[in-house]
Design a protein around this ligand. Structure first.
Ligand code: SAM
Length: 317
């Protein structure tokens, strides 16, 4: 079916910015506006809590919030469901001594999500190398009432893991540039992704994959890092399963003892997992999450979680 028809099947997702108010308070606000908790497709005034992401609400696709005071004041964030997965999977601790990195932050929806999950405590470094996108990021962070974020206009690959500032970093979110092939409600992005030339497309994906792998390897060099989320809005195995499979074989991963977190730690209730034939084992494929733009009412998306070998043990004791 057409892109428009696909987009019409996707509810309007809004993330409640829990840095400002609670999900219950948001629900009460929408009920007072005449909405009913009957689900986004039951009536024009229906809405629902999301079954996987606690701070996400679902509205009918025709509802627009771009001019709503809740949006302009930063109480709600307009964010696709799948793009809420990475921060939830990374699960940064809400503690005063938390130190977290968002390596590729602009426009900053995942940064503000991380900040909210940290209850605005500890420290969140948000890197963005593009100057224009960096200024968007700063605006977005101010609007979302983030107080624990330090935005840095720098290339993550030039950031020294041995810098004293980053010695205590335990959690890293990596959501690097990708082909964007999973995005269904931005036609321009799709057209850019696919040319008429298969060889050109393949080369472009290979180039992106090499860059994505470099970013993961760099993240693994931070001395205290225990959890790294790698995500893309691509549907191509080249940028997803293949990058993860290669990352596991690098000297950084083997040296520091990184492996994929088991399914139990990565949205276990979410049914769509990685493509088994594209990974080293069925268990590895189970460890990672995919979203299908055709079947999951989200954009196409991929999420993986690397953990240090002793991390699972710590979690179980
Ligand atoms: N996580 C963001 C969000 O949810 O709003 C979206 C991130 S977007 C997919 C990737 C971003 O990473 C782009 O803004 C790009 O400019 C930036 N980027 C790419 N390579 C980078 C690097 N080496 N260091 C820092 N930022 C980088």
């Amino acid at each position: 079916h057409s892109e428009d028809a696909r987009a019409a099947q996707i509810p309007r997702y809004i993330r409640v910015n829990t840095a400002v108010w609670t999900v219950d308070e948001a629900v009460t606000e929408f009920l007072s506006r005449g909405y009913v908790l009957s689900g986004p497709f039951q009536s024009r005034k229906g809405f629902a809590n999301d079954e996987h992401i606690p701070d996400l609400l679902l509205f009918p696709p025709h509802v627009h919030f771009a001019d709503d005071p809740l949006y302009t004041s930063g109480k709600i964030i307009l964010q696709d469901k799948a793009s809420c997965f990475p921060a939830c999977v990374l699960a940064p601790p809400a503690a005063d001594d938390s130190v977290v990195i968002d390596a590729t932050a602009a426009p900053g929806n995942k940064t503000s999500h991380l900040s909210a999950l940290m209850s605005n405590r500890g420290k969140l470094f948000a890197f963005e190398r593009d100057r224009k996108r960096f200024s968007t990021l700063k605006k977005m962070l101010a609007k979302a009432h983030c107080r624990n974020v330090e935005p840095v206009n720098a290339d993550f690959l030039t950031v020294s893991p041995d810098d004293v500032k980053f010695r205590q970093v335990t959690h890293i979110l990596l959501d690097p540039s990708c082909s964007g092939s999973g995005i269904v409600n931005r036609l321009d992005y799709l057209l850019e992704a696919e040319t008429q030339n298969a060889e050109e497309d393949r080369q472009r994906l290979d180039k992106l994959a090499s860059f994505q792998l470099l970013m993961i390897r760099h993240a693994m060099k931070f001395p205290s890092v225990r959890r790294i989320v790698y995500s893309t809005c691509s549907i191509h195995a080249t940028e997803n399963e293949h990058v993860v499979r290669q990352a596991l074989q690098t000297e950084e991963a083997l040296g520091a003892g990184f492996r994929l977190a088991p399914r139990e730690q990565v949205l276990p209730q979410w049914k769509r997992r990685g493509i088994s034939e594209e990974m080293n084992s069925p268990a590895d494929a189970q460890s990672v999450v995919r979203c299908s733009p055709d079947e999951d009412a989200t954009n196409g998306f991929f999420v993986s979680l690397f953990v240090r070998a002793d991390e699972t043990k710590n979690n179980m004791t």
